[in-house]
Design a protein around this ligand. Structure first.
Ligand code: UDP
Length: 484
């Protein structure tokens, strides 16, 4: 455990899904680099996913360590756990650890919803990590406060979200199930944030200033905006060892990208959780081929055509679902690189050959694309991804929507697939020579620069990290003096 005397002692308790675990590990490293004694709490098998990153941070002199709890979460030993994965098996070991070594605060992922009561009972300041940005929080809150979705004539009738700084138009079909029907929201999650000491947000003020202000001032949230945390990954090793080990050799991948013209390749990836139905894979393949652009396409696991068990992963070979001869044609012409499994996403996005990103709009991927200065084809599927799409396309104007319309629960069957023409049109539009495309590229580059500045000394995120450490330090001193 990182216990240097006098340092603020922060614990981080990440969830196990990729989109939550990866940024929380980065966040712990950011706080350690600012001098907080940071301890990441994990199960032994999850710790293996980031052990190397932490060993390297330690060698750089940062006060960071991992504490493993003597328990495992059955059926979820890698980073593909869904939001409903039950982690309560960790309750007792966590309690024992916290009783023995109370920290100055613990940062907890909201999906460990049971942990709120435990930590409050132990009177440890609890900081929430939700994994998303300021924008979707404001959108969801205003929909809840000001709209009666029952009044809409259909799931596809567009409505404008009231009282937001920008005009944000959505349909009911794009809303997360919890936003459509708040009674489905797990009880423990409802007041998880309200009763906390505050929230850590992986974003940066300059990206969404109006929404950061709205969230703090109008919604009354106490929040430290400390990102983009992925920028703490500076070495090739750090960039390739996030979440899982890539299933493609990084040098081979870089060599392939090096052979391409600047900004000529589109990168396609749907994050750590989403499984695409086979018909959708086929449409993507045809669309990419017709676009005439070079691509790197990360094909993760595929959804079974008729899933017997929704939690079951399909090991079917991608080959069987691709159009006849597709892979051979792409290989021969050197047009496409297909990655089966896990790609070194940061490394790829930051390569000069990448000119666009087809993304599912998971918040981390969105931020990573923005920080790499890469415009996006937005293809939201689940979670708050349709809201992130609006930030990218309507507010920041750095992306082109592919045209997906239907929010779907992680592993449920898709109601509709996006056709090959839509893929082709969106990719051509994004990667084309039009004035609109050039402007998008210019805008995203500017935002990327402000993201880099935010985490540098004196930047807004840098200051927020220091502000939280300072607040915890003062609290600690007051505690010692018996004032709290
Ligand atoms: N990721 C990666 N390689 C992959 C797929 C995903 O490195 O092949 C990383 C990606 O860089 C991001 C995270 O996994 O940090 C995915 O998080 P996001 O919020 O985008 O989506 P989610 O997985 O939660 O749907």
């Amino acid at each position: 455990m990182a216990t240097e005397t006098g340092l603020v002692k922060m614990f981080f308790f990440p969830f196990i899904g990729g989109g939550h675990q990866i940024p929380m590990i980065d966040t712990a490293r950011v706080f350690a680099s600012h001098g907080a004694a940071s301890t990441i709490i994990a199960t032994p098998s999850h710790a293996l996913n980031f052990q190397n990153l932490i060993t390297r941070a330690q060698s750089s002199g940062h006060p960071i360590t991992i504490h493993t709890l003597p328990a495992e979460i059955r059926d979820a030993t890698d980073v593909t756990a869904g939001p409903m994965t039950d982690t309560t098996v960790l309750l007792q070991p966590l309690k024992t650890f916290l009783l023995r070594h109370p920290p100055d605060c613990i940062v907890i992922d909201m999906f460990h919803r049971w942990a709120g009561d435990l930590v409050d009972e132990l009177r440890i300041p609890r900081i929430v990590f939700t994994g998303n940005g300021c924008f979707p929080r404001c959108v969801q809150e205003n929909i809840r406060k000001y709209l009666n979705l029952e009044n809409l004539s259909s799931d596809y009738e567009p409505f404008v979200v009231p009282n937001l700084p920008d005009k944000v138009e959505l349909t009911k079909s794009q809303l997360p199930i919890f936003a459509r029907n708040p009674s489905l929201f797990p009880d423990k999650m409802k007041d998880f944030e309200d009763k906390s000491f505050g929230t850590i947000i992986n974003s940066f003020y300059e990206l969404e200033p109006d929404y950061a202000d709205y969230m703090r001032n109008e919604l009354g949230k106490k929040a430290w905006i400390v990102g983009p945390v992925s920028l703490c990954n500076r070495s090739v090793e750090d960039k390739t060892q996030r979440g899982k080990l890539p299933t493609i050799d990084d040098q081979g991948c870089l060599k392939w990208l090096n052979s391409k013209e600047p900004h000529s390749v589109i990168y396609v990836c749907f994050g750590s959780l989403i499984r695409l139905p086979p018909q959708q894979l086929k449409e993507i393949a045809y669309g990419l081929e017709a676009s005439g652009k070079s691509f790197v396409w990360v094909v993760g696991k595929i959804m079974k055509s008729s899933p017997k068990n929704k939690e079951e992963d399909d090991e079917d070979d991608v080959q069987t679902w691709l159009p006849e001869g597709f892979e051979e044609r792409m290989k021969e012409s050197n047009r496409g690189l297909i990655v089966r499994g896990w790609a070194p996403q940061l490394l790829i996005l930051e390569h000069g050959a990448i000119g666009g990103f087809v993304t599912h709009c998971g918040w981390n991927s969105t931020l990573e694309g923005i920080c790499a200065g890469v415009p996006m084809v937005t293809w939201p599927v689940t979670a708050e991804q349709f809201l992130n799409e609006k930030l990218v396309t309507s507010v920041l104007r750095i992306g082109v929507p592919v045209g997906s319309r239907e929010w779907v629960w992680f592993r449920d069957e898709w109601k509709e697939v996006v056709g090959r023409e839509m893929v082709e049109i969106a990719v051509k539009k994004l990667m084309g020579e039009s004035e609109e495309a050039a402007e998008m590229r210019m805008r995203v580059k500017k935002i990327a620069e402000s993201g880099t500045r935010a985490v540098e000394e004196g930047g807004t995120s840098y200051q927020d990290v220091d502000a939280l450490i300072q607040e915890l330090q003062e609290r600690k001193v007051n505690n010692c003096n018996g004032e709290v």
